[in-house]
Design a protein around this ligand. Structure first.
Ligand SMILES: [Zn+2]
Length: 344
């Protein structure tokens, strides 16, 4: 049961403080703004390791975590959950020391699949020792599931046979397929074993490819994997609204500067940390799925990752909020739109 007052006309919504199981905080000067924005909305976030240089061992993991926590004011309780990036030939010892340093996930980026992924493994065999060590240590394998050699809208479906092989070869490895975007991937995860789960972003639940490029091109909605058809979005919504513990929220919030996004070669990524929760609340409410919101954003993911239940609460008010054109110097998801809910 949600702690929320469930009347369709209730004026406030109180949720356990949500978890975000997929976020990009970047590094350098902007790190602090992104961390503080996220910490207003989330109690914990799984921090992606594709920085430059990447997080690939206990030392770089610990240093990145310290930089993140150093940005937090004392008033904000926030726990960064750390991950490391799988590189070809990574040995068991590296995995074990990352796990000892607190890593909850190792991230598999197929070579060339997305931002800062040129150094990813070209096939799972290239990281077999590391995957076996993760299986033994109980570290979750987090996968960017796109085959970069397939046509761009078919990359996710094209990756699924490789995932099937990973499931077969490592029968105890717990796996999260990140940022689902297609019917095929939803079906694959739903039919897979209990140890296979998935994150879904707010932007893949809210938008379709026509929102991105049906009228004029909106580079601020361009991401990897690309947002797809209304039928794909329907499958994603059904999964999120089902309350199934296999599907939970990961924002994949990925800020890129406006100048880069509005250039001739826009990088993929949607800055959604500051707007995802009120936008999702509006969506789940309008679709009659409010009961599924709490498991989706604040319990199923924690259970899959074997973490304690979320601490703290998040209070939202039913008051129109026109999302600013820029937040933290970035054009956020839903910029300029009016959301029905805002942070109390
Ligand atoms: Zn990502």
């Amino acid at each position: 049961m949600s702690e929320a007052k469930n009347s369709a006309l209730s004026e406030e919504m109180i949720l356990p403080k949500p978890d975000d199981f997929h976020v990009h905080f970047r590094q350098g000067e902007s790190l602090g703004a992104y961390v503080r924005s996220s910490a207003q909305w989330f109690g914990r976030a799984l921090v992606m390791p594709n920085t430059l240089p990447p997080v690939v061992d206990a030392g770089s993991l610990d240093a990145y975590r310290k930089k993140i926590t150093a940005c937090l004011p004392e008033s904000l309780d926030f726990i960064p959950l750390m991950s490391f990036k799988l590189l070809a030939g990574m040995d068991a010892k590296t995995v074990e020391t990352c796990a000892a340093a607190g890593a909850v996930a190792g991230k598999y980026y197929p070579a060339g699949a997305t931002t800062n992924a040129a150094d990813g493994p070209s096939n799972p065999g290239a990281v077999s020792e590391a995957l076996s060590a993760m299986e033994s240590a109980g570290v979750v394998l987090s996968i960017h599931g796109e085959d970069p050699d397939a046509p761009s809208l078919e990359r996710e479906a094209a990756f699924l046979p490789a995932l099937e092989k990973i499931l077969d070869r490592w029968p105890r490895l717990r796996i999260v397929l990140e940022h689902l975007s297609t019917r095929e991937a939803v079906d694959f995860v739903a039919k897979g074993p209990e140890r296979l789960a998935a994150t879904i972003t707010a932007h893949h639940l809210l938008f379709t490819i026509d929102d991105m490029m049906g009228a004029g091109l909106n580079p601020h909605l361009f991401c990897k994997p690309p947002i797809k058809s209304a039928a794909d979005r329907r499958a994603l919504r059904n999964a999120a609204f089902s309350g199934s513990p296999k599907f939970f929220f990961g924002s994949d919030s990925a800020p890129h500067a406006r100048a880069a996004k509005e250039s001739a070669r826009a990088p993929g990524g949607v800055y959604s940390s500051p707007t995802a929760i009120p936008a999702l609340l509006g969506l789940f409410e309008s679709e009659g799925a409010l009961e599924a919101l709490k498991p989706f954003v604040a319990s199923s993911g924690a259970r899959f990752y074997r973490l304690p239940a979320p601490q703290g609460r998040l209070r939202l008010l039913r008051e129109p909020w026109t999302v600013p054109g820029e937040i933290d110097g970035i054009v956020p998801m839903c910029a300029g739109s009016e959301l029905a809910w805002r942070l109390a």
